[in-house]
Design a binder for this molecule. Structure first.
Ligand code: GLY
Length: 600
């Protein structure tokens, strides 16, 4: 309490010449000031700090986390770390994302206090007209939508690196891309998920000479523990670092991309490649029970769906409900949000989205009123048709730095190893994001989600996504979260938000058992441990269809798998501590990635 210097007492010169009464009154005043100053100092101590003491990164691979950490140690900020982590993931997790794909970067700039959404989603090539994805008999040509050159949109990730470096970072791309270049050139140890994924996509990947040249060594595919080197990718990254946008979208790399696509029968033009631009968009933000949630706007479907679901659920105190009713109501909110996703959402540069209505409290209240407290609403009352669910790839990382800057980034090449096509000499595995368009209206894509006009392909249009990088902020806690998982991303982020609201720590949020409903198919899909048998019985009695692990024996399809790879960082403002949560399902180097670093 240095403000009360010992000389500033009743004997101080300030009181000289006062009467006894005045001295008494002044003494009372001083005592009051003294004690209220204590109270004031206490209140000041309770003000949350404006930034953490350190920094934290959670990503799906320990080497990608290390790349981000290296940037922070070299004086970079969260945005530099994001470029390094993103680029390193592109090298060490080619199954999920890469330079040939795209992503969404939700940024919080501590200097301005602003949140911004960097949309680096792929765009449709002009040649990719809906009729190109039909077989002669009019059926949907799934192979074209998912494999090879017609499946690929114009990549966005390289442009995102350049944009973030120019506008938000402190370090040059030569520095932020250096760890990824090293990993591509010197290699990294192959892990089980890469091998499993390769086996599932082998037939497609080995169609293409450029892909064979990267993934086969003396004719053999990679085994766990092999060192996987990608020298072409290292050179492409170096060119990008040296020349910026022109290092990828024009010149030598662009020529090779165009030639590789053309050689496999695809049609990209030099103009559409050179014309690719990221978009900065205003994030969606809303309140949920004392949290400010900041999340992804279209062309992500996730933010609007999250706003709908959480604002519907705000009508109940979920923590006071028994598990069956909590799941019932949460599922009913999911069902309604996914129905709206199907009909209304697409690229906001091309379609008018009723975003304000869909994310409003009144709309949520209206939807809430349609929910029976004890009975499932059959999805076909909300119209639609049965669709399958399939597997997926994508990746997410979360960062917070010592200035309070934040990044939530989800990036993807869509399905496992994207389109399977690497244009020779580039090392760039192209995405198969075209399948995220409604290529044939009303026909489910690989995630079983459908769409209509709002998400029809058009030249230069971005395909609808489920990627939902998200921040949540209360007076006490700040969390950054997101995950891969196709259409299930949205419900995983929802469960993550609810988990934080329940008071869980970051690791518990990442590990939460998951359940999912997406309107069609009309059933709750769940991981093992998400729905106890007695709760399942209650949910069935309410009219819910269930797809649970182990149901196969009873004739059900059964959810024999787990999903997602949620990566989150949490800043507890009360204790000013940072923590990370990395999904125990699919993180490589689990434990090692849970790193909090002290920034310079
Ligand atoms: N490719 C998956 C998504 O963006 O939703």
């Amino acid at each position: 309490m240095q403000m009360f210097a010992p000389t500033f007492g009743l004997r101080s010169p300030a009181f000289a010449g006062m009467t006894a009464e005045r001295r008494f009154a002044a003494g009372l005043l001083l005592a009051g000031l003294f004690f209220s100053s204590f109270a004031f100092a206490d209140a000041r101590r309770e003000q949350p700090p404006s930034h953490p003491d350190g920094a934290a990164i959670a990503s799906a691979h320990t080497l990608a986390t290390a790349a981000g950490v290296q940037m922070l140690r070299q004086g970079g900020n969260a945005f530099d770390a994001a470029i390094a982590t993103s680029a390193a993931l592109s090298v060490v997790e080619p199954i999920s994302s890469g330079l040939g794909g795209g992503g969404f970067f939700l940024l919080h700039d501590a200097k301005t206090g602003k949140d911004v959404f960097v949309d680096a989603r792929e765009t449709a090539p002009a040649a990719a007209k809906p009729e190109e994805y039909l077989l002669e008999n009019g059926d949907f040509n799934r192979d074209r939508a998912e494999n090879g050159p017609w499946a690929a949109g114009i990549p966005g990730l390289p442009a995102a690196f350049v944009h973030m470096a120019d506008k938000y970072g402190r370090l040059p791309l030569k520095t932020t891309l250096a760890p990824a270049i090293k990993l591509a050139r010197e290699g990294f140890p192959v892990y089980a998920r890469l091998v499993r994924g390769y086996a599932s996509r082998r037939a497609v990947m080995e169609r293409y000479p450029g892909t064979r040249a990267v993934f086969l060594v003396n004719g053999a595919s990679l085994k766990e523990g092999d060192i996987f080197k990608q020298p072409d990718l290292a050179r492409t990254l170096e060119t990008l670092a040296a020349k910026g946008r022109d290092g990828f979208y024009r010149g030598e790399v662009a020529e090779k991309l165009l030639a590789g696509v053309a050689a496999e029968g695809g049609r990209w033009t030099a103009q559409e490649l050179a014309g690719y631009r990221v978009r900065e968009r205003e994030p969606i933000s809303f309140q949920y029970r004392g949290w400010r949630v900041v999340t992804s706007p279209p062309p992500s479907s996730g933010g609007i769906a999250l706003a709908e679901m959480l604002q519907i659920l705000q009508g109940w105190d979920l923590r006071k409900l028994d598990p069956a009713h909590r799941i019932h109501l949460t599922v009913e909110a999911m069902r309604r949000a996914f129905r709206d996703r199907t009909f209304y959402l697409g690229d906001p540069d091309f379609v008018k989205i009723p975003q304000r209505v869909l994310s409003s409290l009144d709309y949520a209240a209206g939807l809430r009123a349609t929910i029976h407290p004890d009975k499932a609403t059959p999805s076909d009352l909300l119209s639609g048709e049965e669709t399958p669910l399939e597997d997926e790839e994508t990746t997410h990382f979360s960062i917070i730095d010592a200035d309070g800057n934040r990044v939530a980034a989800t990036q993807t090449v869509n399905l496992t190893y994207g389109s399977g096509l690497i244009p020779p000499g580039t090392g760039v595995l192209l995405n198969d994001e075209m399948d995220d368009f409604a290529l044939k209206p009303g026909t489910p894509n690989a995630f079983g989600v459908m769409g209509y006009d709002a998400n029809a392909p058009k030249p230069g249009k971005r395909m609808l996504s489920s990627m939902t990088p998200t921040f949540m902020e209360s007076p006490d806690r700040v969390a950054v979260l997101g995950t891969p998982g196709g259409s299930r991303i949205i419900t995983m982020v929802l469960l993550g938000v609810l988990g934080y609201d329940d008071g869980l720590d970051a690791q518990a949020v990442a590990a939460l058992p998951r359940y999912h409903h997406q309107w069609m198919p009309d059933e709750i899909e769940a991981e093992s441990g998400a729905i106890a048998p007695a709760v399942a019985t209650e949910l069935k009695a309410m009219g819910h269809g269930l797809d649970l692990p182990g149901d196969e024996a009873a004739g059900g399809r059964g959810s024999s798998h787990v999903w997602g790879n949620l990566q989150t960082v949490l800043w507890d403002r009360k204790t000013n501590t940072l923590s990370t949560g990395s999904d125990p399902r699919n993180t490589v180097g689990r434990g090692e990635v849970l790193e909090a670093v002290k920034a310079k």
